[in-house]
Design a protein. Structure first.
Lengths: 320, 250
């Protein structure tokens, strides 16, 4: 079985989820005659070769990015699609994010393959087909999807596979995509985020606020606690709908499903759609004045108290 | 301007999901169904463009007969007519089949713009929009939070991990709507009464498991019960100790 993984970069290194994809690739080929190929969308980089080999890549392919992107950069879909079309892998694993889902959709149609996104795990069944475990109904149920066509294109949710090391001596290849058609979608520019905080998707720690904050200006307290922890900030649907914080911070079924090591819910009662979005967090802390709030049913540690007392104390102790 | 909006009827987000034993499907009894929330933004964007440029908004949906009630709302919300492709109850249907069937129904309409929601909150996929665009050979932009159309070019913005990305694309194209793209309207009584006169076309379709098969539907593992540490600031040091030593997340 030949498995390809798309390597996403995070500040010059390979992202944790990409390393997880390589690990999953090694597990799926384990014992069988197959190779794990890492695809990187940059020009050659020696440290990357070392990193990909550390997680078990047998082959590394650098897709020459300079000709695949315009200035400002367009999304990387075209170069990757062309490469995968030329290689015919059995399985193509990508770290899940909106761009990965676009790549998956386009590839599935152009290649007549199968696709499953936002997967927690992949196993090979007795027919030799991949079966993907993925949350549905906002995490209230789990679907096992059997992918019946090749290639099987699978995106993997952040923090769902723990990277393991398998030292390999990889071969290095290069691929130069030929892009004849001009892209119809033109990117006019990007307004960079003003905040330096981590994004929700891959954050290790998330501090989130809800109605219990009482007023929009009190969200600053959530941000302060987040900064003391190097965390991302999240918000419940009700305060996003009320316009206190932008939509990009919303956690839950109509926002982002998150998988951090630590989720601190402050003044969030725990509506079903919110709980579903955080239930794969490793550890949940809830701070709420209402002892009957549903959030306490899923929290590992609860404090039934006023967040205006607890959060400043937390910040104080963390800064010591 | 001819605009198609693809909508899906889903259990509302605060639904408690019950799986029918030995059947890979949820129990629809006692569930409240409504338009997928992202599709409401898609429909509102379509209706606003029609109000600006004139033309027609055609809503299209695949789903069981039961969806009819929720789908009537899309007509009250400003769509001019509805195509309801009636299938058996298979909310987690193969996205490629769904895209193929939608493409077949939309192709003869030759719309200037197709709107979809960013994703449906039951599957959580967000695949049908881009797949449909690919099938119809149209450019697409996903999860837009701002839109304007000028001289047959659509200008949009979307929030990415790198920041707010502004892009443009010529018509015809497919766009998927993020929450906050607009404020979906509330239909007035007059809108509701008028909607009863609007046309709905029904057609039976089957959605085969073309490229993926739902092998099993199950409940997630329950989280083990936690502890309430206390009710005042004296427990904060204990919380930090447990996070560091017990949970090892700090």
């Amino acid at each position: 079985m030949n498995i390809y993984t798309y390597i996403e970069m995070n500040e010059g290194a390979i992202s944790k989820t990409s390393a997880g994809c390589l690990t999953l690739g090694c597990q799926l080929t384990n014992g069988a005659d197959g190779k794990v190929t890492a695809i990187v969308l940059i020009n050659e980089d020696k440290t990357l070769v070392a990193e990909c080999s550390r997680y078990g890549a047998n082959r590394i392919v650098f897709i020459n990015a300079s000709n695949t992107v315009s200035n400002p950069p367009a999304n990387p879909v075209a170069g990757i699609v062309q490469f995968i079309l030329s290689e015919k892998p059995d399985i193509f694993l990508l770290p899940d994010n909106p761009v990965a889902r676009e790549i998956a959709s386009v590839l599935a149609i152009e290649n007549n393959g199968s696709v499953a996104v936002d997967c927690l795990d992949v196993k090979i069944d007795q027919d030799g087909r991949p079966v993907c475990r993925r949350p549905v109904y906002g995490g209230k149920a789990i679907a096992d999807l059997k992918l019946t066509k090749t290639p099987a294109i699978i995106t993997i949710r952040a923090n769902s596979v723990t990277p393991q090391e398998y030292i390999e001596q990889p071969e290095v290849f290069y691929f130069q995509p030929i892009l004849s058609d001009p892209q119809k979608v033109k990117i006019r520019g990007i307004l960079p985020l003003s905040s330096k905080r981590p994004v929700l998707n891959e954050a290790k720690i998330i501090v989130a606020g809800g109605r219990g904050l009482g007023a929009p200006e009190n969200f600053r307290m959530i941000e302060e606690l987040a900064d003391a922890l190097g965390a991302a900030v999240g918000a419940s649907r009700s305060i996003v709908d009320a316009g206190w914080v932008p939509q990009i911070h919303q956690v839950g079924q109509t926002g982002k499903t998150v998988t951090p090591d630590l989720y601190i819910a402050c003044g969030i009662s725990g509506a079903l759609q919110h709980i579903a979005g955080i239930s794969s967090a490793k550890c949940i802390v809830a701070i709420n004045t209402d002892p009957d709030a549903p959030i306490f049913r899923i929290a590992d540690y609860g404090i039934v108290a006023n967040l205006f007392e607890i959060i400043p104390e937390l910040i104080k102790l963390l800064r010591q | 301007m001819k605009i198609v909006v693809c909508v899906k009827v889903v259990p509302v987000s605060d639904s408690i999901i019950t799986i029918i034993p030995d059947k890979n499907i949820i129990d629809p009894t006692n569930l409240k169904f409504d338009l997928n929330p992202y599709d409401e933004y898609a429909n509102e964007a379509a209706v606003q463009l029609k109000e600006q440029f004139g033309g027609e908004v055609i809503a299209i949906s695949i789903g069981p007969e039961r969806d009819g009630l929720a789908l009537k709302r899309v007509l009250a919300l400003g769509a001019d007519r509805l195509i309801h492709l009636i299938s058996i109850d298979q909310p987690l249907a193969d996205p490629q089949s769904v895209a193929d069937i939608l493409a077949g129904a939309i192709n003869p309409i030759s719309p200037d713009i197709i709107f979809c929601g960013k994703l449906a909150i039951d599957t959580g996929n967000g695949l049908v929009g881009p797949m449909l665009a690919k099938r119809l050979d149209l450019p697409f932009i996903t999860a837009i939070c701002e839109i304007s159309v000028e001289n047959n070019v659509v200008k949009v913005a979307r929030e990415t991990e790198k920041g707010r990305e502004m892009s443009e694309c010529p018509l015809p194209c497919l766009l998927t709507a993020e929450k906050g793209l607009n404020k979906p309207r509330y239909p007035s009584l007059k809108d509701i009464l008028l909607s009863r006169k609007k046309e709905t076309i029904f057609q039976n379709v089957s959605v085969p498991e073309k490229s993926s098969r739902l092998a099993k539907l199950s409940y997630p593992e329950p989280r083990p019960a936690g502890v309430v540490l206390g009710n005042d600031i004296s427990v904060v040091p204990e919380l930090l100790r447990r996070l560091r030593e017990e949970a090892r997340v700090l």
